[in-house]
Every structure is written in C-alpha cells, then in structure tokens.
Design a protein around this ligand. Structure first.
Ligand code: MG
Length: 349
C-alpha cells in the first residue's frame, strides 16, 4: 500500500527518538512554558513547509517529508548548547555532531525490528539526513559519504528540507522571541522583512494588534519566503535543465531564494543572532545546560558503573565514550536535568 519513502516516514514517526523530540528544545528550555516550540513542533513545521514546496515543484513529496521528520533526531538536550558541550567532551573520541547522530540513530541505535538494527531506511532518505560531513568521516561511510568527497550537492528533496528548516526556525523564533518578551515588536521593525509585512498587515486590518498582529505578520513572512523560494527554484531548474537526480547533484544549488530575499532573510537571521540567541537570559540558560552535559559526561567517563547496564554494555562494542555520548544525546531536557540531580544531589535517587 505504501511507497518506500512513505514506509520510511512511518518508521521514523514510530521511533523512540522521534517521540523524544517533544521534550527537547532549541532556544528555550522545555520547562519554560507550554507555548514555545519544541523540536517536535519545529519538526512538524519543517515537514509541512517541505511537503508544500516538494509538491509544488513536483519533487518527491514523501521523500521530502521523511527527511524533514528525521532531520533533528540526533539533537542533544538543550539544543546547540548541549551539542557544543558534548562535542567538547568528545574531542578526544571523534567528536559529536547532531547531524551524524541523526544518521546513527536511524542506522543503528533504534532497536525495534527483529531483522535489523536501526530503521533500515532507503539510501535517499539516509543521504538526505546527512547534511554535512567532514572528509575524514565521509571516508568511513562508503557510498553515503561519496558525495562529500566528490563535492556533489544534496538531492532536490534534501535541499528543500534545508530551506524549509531555515524558514521554519527563523519565523518561529520571531514568534517565540516576542512571546517570551526577550525581543520586542519595536526592535523587530528594524528588520525589513518583518517591517514590510507588519505594515501590510496593519494596512489591511487597521485595528489588528498584539499577538494577532504578530501571527498575521509571521504568516505573511512565511508565505513570502516560500513563494520566493518556489519562483527562484523554478527559474534555476529551467535554466540548468536538470533531468535526473545525478544532474541535480552535479548542478549548482538549485533550491534557494532570490538575491533580494536572500538579503532580507540574512538580515532577519542576523537580528535573531544578536538580539535573541545572545540575550543574557538565553546565555544564562545555555551556560547551565552546558554545565549539565559536561558534568554528566565527566561522571560517566570517570566511572562507567554509573551508567544504566544497557548503555554500559553498548560501551563494550562502540567504546565507552561513544556509548556515553549516545546516552546523553538521547536524553530529553528534563531527563538530563533529573539525571544530573540523581548523580550529584545528596538525597536524590
Ligand atoms: Mg531543524
């Protein structure tokens, strides 16, 4: 009844790592509020945008959806702060990279089928999940790593997911940033993309204010970004005349914004970097998150007997440091906080 990529999508949705996305965060820690995006809602927004774009371009919608749903599976708790800390801890042991971890999850760590480890996904889905890869690691990945050594582009569907990811997080971070009070509407009006669409919303609905004005503005921004992306991508497809997956890999990047929209999008990203991701309250949280990850790693590495047996056993196969990284990366925000308390607070068990 299902195509191969529909089956991949379904296997991803049924995985343990997918369910954990609900309690992992990007910018805001999970317990800060029920209204902020989590990795799960982010993932669903990416999948929605990717599907719409893939359908409009007549790319493979199911493949795009599968890649989008799996794209953040490898993230540590506490977003980029967690990943940076874990990468530092793993410096002597091959490092840690969330993108590679997503692949490791679907290839090995999910254990739910009798016949194989992992989810046994299609090559195209796995290749789409692997967004970046250092040559030293690409060498070890066989056919999957070849693209990086030969400097070929990702598939059309993978390129769509990359841009869908970017459209989703820039826009929901605007929304969450405003909701949290860390950034204000007045500040955002210095960003031309926001200012333009906010003004248009006000012109059409003069009495609109507050959250509803923000939603109407964000909605318009997403629409403008997606529309521009479709027009520019169609133009590039026509110009290069690609007609096969291999030609896509050999062509310059095909999915992208027009030069003007690229500029607008960059300005929005820049604003979020300076005003939101480096906001002192976010930095405080980031700092705490890093300390938790470092403490956990150090404790387990110093004494592997602290690890739950199944993770200790896995250490016998993959090396203890990697098993610890897998265990920590699999944690949700709240589980990491709890485990930290269990290991360090007297009177907890
Ligand atoms: Mg993402």
């Amino acid at each position: 009844m299902r195509s191969e990529f529909q089956r991949d999508r379904d296997r991803i949705i049924h995985s343990t790592a997918f369910r954990r996305l609900e309690y992992k965060t990007q910018v805001f820690v999970n317990h800060e509020g029920d209204l902020f995006r989590t990795r799960l809602t982010h993932t669903l927004e990416v999948a929605q945008i990717a599907r719409a774009v893939a359908r409009a371009l007549r790319a493979n919608e199911d493949l795009a959806e599968a890649i989008a749903l799996a794209h953040d599976l490898g993230h540590t708790p506490f977003g980029h702060a967690g990943q940076e800390a874990l990468d530092e801890c793993m410096r002597e042991h091959g490092g840690f990279e969330h993108n590679l971890q997503s692949l490791r999850i679907v290839d090995h760590l999910e254990q739910r089928y009798g016949a194989f480890d992992g989810l046994n996904l299609m090559f195209e889905t796995r290749a789409g999940i692997l967004k970046r890869c250092k040559p030293s690691i690409a060498h070890t990945l066989g056919e999957l790593g070849r693209r990086f050594l030969e400097n070929r582009r990702p598939s059309l569907e993978a390129q769509i997911c990359n841009l869908a990811d970017e459209i989703a997080y820039n826009n929901h971070d605007v929304d969450d940033g405003l909701r949290s009070g860390l950034i204000t509407l007045e500040e955002l009006e210095s960003v031309s993309l926001f200012a333009r669409h906010c003004a248009a919303a006000r012109r059409e609905f003069p009495r609109l204010a507050g959250r509803r004005l923000i939603h109407e503005t964000v909605r318009r921004m997403i629409d403008a970004l997606v529309t521009d992306l479709l027009e520019e991508t169609r133009r590039r497809l026509a110009q290069t005349g690609v007609s096969s997956p291999l030609e896509v890999e050999l062509a310059p990047p095909l999915v992208g914004f027009s030069a003007e929209m690229d500029e607008d999008n960059r300005a929005l990203k820049q604003f979020l970097h300076e005003r939101l991701y480096r906001h002192y309250r976010v930095v405080r949280m980031t700092n705490k998150a890093k300390a938790i990850v470092r403490d956990l790693f150090a404790a387990f590495y110093a004494d592997a007997r602290l690890l739950p047996p199944e993770h200790r056993e896995r250490g016998q196969e993959s090396g203890m440091a990697r098993a610890i990284a897998d265990y920590i990366a699999g944690m949700t925000d709240r589980y990491a906080i709890k485990e930290h308390r269990r290991l360090f607070a007297v009177g907890e068990d």
